[in-house]
Design a protein around this ligand. Structure first.
Ligand SMILES: Cc1cc2nc3c(=O)[nH]c(=O)nc-3n(C[C@H](O)[C@H](O)[C@H](O)COP(=O)(O)OP(=O)(O)OC[C@H]3O[C@@H](n4cnc5c(N)ncnc54)[C@H](O)[C@@H]3O)c2cc1C
Length: 376
């Protein structure tokens, strides 16, 4: 029996635990820093069919229909005049069993968590040392030790574990944007809408069948290193109000109805950590964090975890290496989306809108740009 340590019980770590449940030759333990999970969190997440296929294999399709939403289009709207430019039909990438899905992030986490036996997750974990000794020897702050054959590092964007065991790591960088998240109540339809404004964009989509919507805006903002270190700044009402009032108004959205506002600086990866350590795998944001303009972070976390298990079972890193190539290409596309969503010069906006109108209906382009990711 081989033992696997999963560090971090986020989307990636919990999904990995779920697929290990059916592997008889492995046992696992998750080490999670938090003392518990909060399944009340109302923020949303989009999952494209590539990850939905994998989730459906572990029973995701049995979630009550009222807790998910299946948008059929992405609408592109110019925020300053509220005019719809075009839309992309998402159903062309669906198949009869797997559909593009939006839901609350907490609904996804709760689904993944319920299949993890209680004794296989250790909350409040603080790993202080990892030594290589015929496998891995993990030391926790209460000075207990545990030994494992494999290490899955899935402790998110600011992974501390990476620095405990890898030599060559690059910290994520602030990408000069702040995310403003909130909940919207009302009727904003069943699709995803992207509002493009000067130096910002915002996205609205349903998170269930109860007229609850996720709102997320990505706003360009220069911040000093002192401001970035000041967690209280991002929670302060003054800062939240200033972000809200900087949003381009549109007749279609009542910003006054936004609730549970939260903001945080957007950090992204600039390169991959060195990955030549045997039996150590990085997954999710600990491996690579994208700009949030392609809504692929969670889907890629799930795919990477799946490829890690295939690589372990095959005794080669082939699947894992291939995933890393895919992540690089998605990162390029995320950066390009971000750039084009934030254009401000009227001529550039005019050209972008016309190109977008053309490309959104061009099957060859869509297959290359989205199909290759969604149909893996
Ligand atoms: C504004 C925004 C919007 C987004 N929207 C989408 C979207 O619509 N669709 C999408 O696919 N992706 C989206 N993403 C990206 C997505 O949220 C992440 O890529 C995804 O959550 C990564 O999962 P993860 O498991 O790697 O990390 P996380 O979900 O961050 O989980 C990491 C876990 O590790 C734990 N941890 C941290 N440190 C330690 C430690 N030292 N020891 C033990 N445990 C530790 C944490 O408590 C946490 O539980 C968005 C991101 C942003 C910023």
């Amino acid at each position: 029996m081989k033992k696997i340590a999963i560090i971090g019980g986020g989307i990636s770590g919990l999904y990995f635990a779920n697929i290990l449940n059916s592997e008889k030759n492995f046992e696992y333990k998750i080490f999670e820093k938090k003392n518990n999970f909060n399944f009340q969190d109302g923020y949303g997440i989009q999952l494209s069919v590539n990850s939905i296929k994998l989730l459906n294999n572990i029973g995701f399709k049995n979630l009550p229909a009222s807790e998910v939403s299946f948008p059929s289009k992405v609408n592109f709207i110019q925020a300053n005049n509220s005019k719809k430019i075009c839309d992309i039909d998402l159903t062309q990438f669906n198949d009869p069993l797997n559909r593009y899905t939006t839901l609350k992030r907490s609904t996804l986490l709760e689904f993944l968590f319920k299949n993890v036996p209680e004794n296989q997750i250790k909350f409040n974990s603080n790993i202080t040392k990892i030594e290589k000794a015929n496998g891995f020897r993990i030391t926790l702050d209460e000075n207990t030790h545990e030994e494992f054959d494999y290490l899955i590092i899935a402790d998110g964007i600011f992974s501390k574990t990476k620095s405990l065991i890898l030599n060559d790591i690059t910290n994520p960088k602030y990408n000069f944007n702040v995310a403003l998240r909130g909940k919207l109540r009302g009727d904003y339809g069943s699709d995803i809408s992207i509002y493009m404004a000067s130096n910002s964009h915002y996205v609205i989509y349903p998170i269930n069948q109860n007229n609850e919507y996720n709102f997320v805006a990505i706003i360009k903002k220069k911040l000093s290193s002192d401001e970035l270190r000041n967690y209280n700044l991002f929670k302060s009402n003054e800062f939240l109000s200033s972000l809200r009032s900087s949003l381009q108004k549109t007749s279609q959205i009542s910003f006054g109805h936004l609730s549970e506002l939260k903001s945080f600086p957007v950090y992204v990866s600039s390169k991959f950590p060195s990955l030549n350590e045997q039996n150590i795998y990085l997954s999710g944001d600990a491996l690579f964090t994208f700009p949030p303009s392609f809504a692929q972070g969670a889907s890629q976390s799930i795919e990477t975890a799946n490829d890690i298990l295939k690589s372990i079972l095959n005794g080669s890193t082939e699947y894992y290496q291939k995933r890393i190539e895919n992540i690089s290409s998605i990162n390029d596309k995320s950066k390009f989306n971000h750039f084009s969503f934030h254009l401000s010069n009227p001529l550039s906006v005019f050209i972008r809108n016309n190109i977008l109108k053309f490309l959104s209906k061009n099957k060859t382009f869509l297959e290359n740009y989205l199909g290759k990711i969604y149909r893996t």
